[in-house]
Design a protein around this ligand. Structure first.
Ligand code: ATP
Ligand code: MG
Length: 211
């Protein structure tokens, strides 16, 4: 009887969307903490192709961002990386991410994990009512960003305090560009991947233009 019940429990899947340019320990700590607090079976990192709010900003080639996420998550049996957004290859909307994952994964319970900077304006996201039907939303604390919990519907959104990691991808990119270390801000394999492909060095983002 117990085993029947265990089999019937819907798998609980965390979904961590982000540009991951590059993935860093702030992302990994947040995912790990939410995995533990909500007893998630798995957390899937989903690199975006391009974000609607960042249309003017150039981002590193999706394949590099995807591979860095794979390297960073490889050692954790509960972490994986999905290509749904980068393979769709159009502006990424969370509604599409969750719809595609749900049809690929079947009858699972989805938990969308997002930082304090994004959750504050979540109510303005495209198709918010549909989003709440597809997943429970989890906002994680982030140094330098405060929650504005007003108007967040408690049945759809939970807030989780994670150990503070004052790391951003922007800061990592700037550090590489100015020859400061990113050791221990990103996983070792990501430090080495960045060096191997010369990512974030001066003019790295213009390479495709100059041939
Ligand atoms: P950028 O500086 O390029 O915007 P970022 O560090 O914000 O990069 P994203 O890929 O934009 O990283 O973030 C993906 C998700 O991870 C977002 O929901 C963001 O709020 C969250 N996040 C990023 N860094 C942290 C951190 N240090 N602590 C908690 N959450 C974080
Ligand atoms: Mg960001």
């Amino acid at each position: 009887e117990n085993s029947v019940k265990l089999n019937q429990r819907r798998r609980r899947i965390g979904v961590m969307g982000g540009t991951f340019d590059p993935i860093h320990h702030g992302h990994l700590v947040a995912a790990s903490e939410v995995q533990a607090v909500f007893g998630l079976d798995e957390v899937i990192f989903v690199p975006t192709f391009r974000q609607p709010f960042k249309l003017g900003c150039p981002v590193t080639e999706a394949e590099h961002r995807y591979l860095m996420a794979v390297i960073a998550t490889a050692s954790n049996p509960r972490f994986s990386v999905s290509r749904v957004d980068i393979d769709r290859a159009t502006t990424t909307y969370t509604i599409d991410t969750l719809t595609d994952l749900k049809s690929a994964l079947g009858d699972v319970e989805l938990f969308f994990i997002t930082g304090a900077d994004a959750i504050s304006d979540i109510m303005r996201w495209k198709d918010i009512d549909q989003l709440f039907e597809l997943a429970h939303f989890i906002g994680v604390t982030r140094p330098g960003h405060s929650f504005n919990p007003v108007n967040l519907p408690a049945q759809h959104v939970s807030l989780v305090e994670v150990p503070a990691m004052a790391i951003s991808s922007t800061d990592c990119r700037n550090r590489v560009k100015s020859h400061q270390p990113v050791w221990y801000l990103v996983p070792d394999g990501v430090v080495q991947y960045i060096a191997k492909y010369g990512l974030y060095a001066d003019d790295a983002r213009l390479q495709s233009d100059s041939g």
